[in-house]
Design a protein around this ligand. Structure first.
Ligand code: C5P
Length: 222
């Protein structure tokens, strides 16, 4: 039997993980989960109840109450949601409560992106990518996204917020942001999205042993 593949994509904020993961999933015909949405939704649930996302018991309770529909909320992006997500994500009980959802999602093969997919959620994943870029470039990308949405924010503030969130993600005791020892590190600082995708796809195909058979289709190698 051929094991259905897990493609684990980790890395810091705005490195290009989401775009890459979505394209890889479409190309490989696998479901895609943006695991950051889980932490964002938990943070929002705490804020809804008037709580503080840094309060471990409120955050754990929200994580246990999370339902898939919460991931469809339209207020999961933006500075307040970013900060709430990073705060609840450092609570070990929150991370534990979200493990089963992620592992169930990957049962039939999937592409997942986050911070700890290759290290904690699916340490046995066939393909692991650690997608990164310089802080200046990631902040510039996030700033451009905000501009495009009509949100004006100073680049210096976007950079400082991102640096603080990265530092919190990397320094926390529970599942800190780091590359798995067997991850392929892809630095997208100087790559456009198409080039990053081509490099990532070639590496993922090599690792999962799926050969290309035609326009966009893949097939397990015999
Ligand atoms: O990926 P995204 O920026 O949406 O994630 C929001 C926050 O959720 C991150 O800053 C991080 O604190 C947390 N996160 C996490 N583990 C994941 C995904 C996200 O800790 N697998």
């Amino acid at each position: 039997m051929i094991a259905l593949p897990i493609v684990a994509i980790d890395g810091p904020a705005a490195a290009g993980k989401g775009t890459l993961a979505r394209r890889l999933a479409a190309e490989l015909g696998l479901p895609y989960l943006d695991t950051g949405l889980l932490y964002r939704a938990v943070g929002r649930l705490v804020l809804d109840g008037g709580g503080d996302p840094a309060d471990a018991s409120a955050a754990e309770q929200a994580a246990r109450e999370l339902v898939p529909a919460n991931l469809e909320r339209t207020d999961l992006r933006g500075p307040a949601a970013d900060a709430a997500a990073a705060a609840v994500a450092s609570v070990p009980g929150v991370r534990a409560a979200l493990i089963d959802f992620q592992r169930d999602f990957g049962r039939a093969g999937a592409v997942l992106d986050g911070r700890d997919i290759g290290t904690v959620i699916f340490p046995q994943a066939q393909a692991k990518l650690f997608v990164t870029a310089s802080l200046a470039e990631r902040a510039r990308r996030r700033w451009s996204e905000l501009q495009a949405k009509g949100t004006s924010a100073a680049l210096a503030i976007v950079t400082a917020d991102m640096q603080a969130r990265d530092a919190a993600d990397a320094a926390r005791a529970a599942a800190p942001l780091r590359a798995a020892a067997d991850a392929f590190v892809l630095d997208t600082t100087k790559l456009d999205a198409d080039t990053a995708f081509a490099v990532a796809l070639a590496e993922v195909r090599r690792r999962i042993g799926w050969a290309k058979t035609g326009a966009g289709s893949v097939m397990p190698e015999k």
